[in-house]
Design a protein around this ligand. Structure first.
Ligand code: FAD
Length: 300
């Protein structure tokens, strides 16, 4: 199967998911497949389906808590080839494997405003569209005009409204078999110097308030209605608390960092303890923002 897959893209075998996630946790997968192009992707997926092999698209792996157990499937990544960007006036056509950080930089250089919030979010466009990534009260949903989706063996452009965007949610989360290939974004003409300054301020804010020197996957929990997760976690006494190598950051209590040797089990135990304590103290259910990958009921 691997030899056939190599006809359609680059393939690396037996890769640790800890190498593919910003949290640096996760066991081995069968292979990572980097399709040469969209046709290579379609052919590769056909092959995997024929052979009954599970697969999952990863972006930058910045919102994924992978299990340490082996994953008997293939991870598909677009960053090496399906990553072009084209700018036409104030519209941006961008493929799913492009980097959100680089795109926000490029938009600034073209005097286009609307992506300032994205400076410093280590995501691909595909992952950002899937999560409706956002910050500073803005998100992808504000700029998405259309998304090119591979679903049911067909390519469809769906409108921003059809993406059913909400707070860190989208229709794509209901359909994990849909593959996001590209998007058309609408930005506004602006002043590149002003845009640059806003981006520099945002980056500085992140540096001051987030533990960017340690592996993490950003905010662990979604903010519940009328609350900030970091505040509930901090007030529950978890700031700096650790289980094994998983630690609630001293800088931002909604970030759980990997201090070096965290296992997936350390992470999940800490997550569950926080959820239980916050529930007991504040009667609030903290929902995960980070996505668990390759977990079974038995493994948690
Ligand atoms: C330091 C740090 C800071 C962060 N700050 C923020 C922030 O300010 N705001 C914010 O919203 N998030 C933030 N995050 C979280 C994370 O960056 C976002 O959730 C981001 O959108 C994930 O993108 P990704 O490319 O890494 O996706 P991944 O984590 O690789 O994947 C996430 C999900 O998207 C799916 N997916 C990815 N690409 C595709 C595709 N092409 N087609 C279909 N499905 C796909 C995956 O299968 C998976 O289900 C932060 C993370 C870190 C580590």
């Amino acid at each position: 199967m691997i030899d056939k897959l190599k006809r359609f893209g680059e393939v690396s075998e037996n890769v640790l998911l800890s190498k593919l996630t910003t949290l640096k946790i996760g066991g081995p997968c069968k292979a990572v497949f980097y399709p040469f192009d969209v046709i290579g992707l379609i052919a590769g997926i056909q092959l995997l389906n024929n052979e009954n092999i599970d697969y999952r698209i990863f972006g930058h792996g910045s919102n994924i808590l992978a299990n340490d157990e082996p994953y008997e499937g293939v991870i598909i990544k677009f960053n090496r080839s399906i990553n072009s960007t084209y700018i036409l006036d104030n519209e941006v056509y961008v493929e799913a494997g492009a980097s959100l950080v680089l795109l926000s930089d490029l938009a600034m250089k073209h005097s286009l405003s609307g992506l300032e919030w994205a400076a410093g979010i280590p995501a691909t466009i595909g992952g950002a569209l899937y999560m409706n990534a956002g910050a500073y009260k803005q998100s992808m949903s504000d700029i998405v005009k259309e998304v090119l989706v591979l679903r049911d063996n067909k390519l469809d452009w769906i409108s921003g409204a059809q993406c059913e965007y909400g707070y860190r949610s989208s229709i794509f989360q209901e359909h994990p078999d849909w593959i996001i290939l590209a998007a058309k974004l609408q930005l506004k003409h602006g002043d590149s110097e002003q845009i640059k300054q806003i981006m520099a301020r945002r980056k500085q804010q992140r540096l001051e308030t987030q533990p960017l020197d340690a592996p993490s996957c950003g905010s662990t929990f979604r903010n519940p209605k009328d609350h900030f997760s970091w505040e509930l976690i901090q007030k529950s006494g978890f700031r700096g608390f650790s289980i094994g190598g998983a630690q609630v950051s001293m800088k931002h209590a909604n970030f759980i960092i990997n201090t070096g040797h965290a296992t997936s089990s350390d992470m999940i135990k800490l997550i569950q303890l926080i959820q239980q304590s916050v529930k007991e103290k504040y009667q609030v259910d903290l929902q995960l923002e980070v996505e668990q990958f390759n977990w079974t009921k038995k493994s948690q």
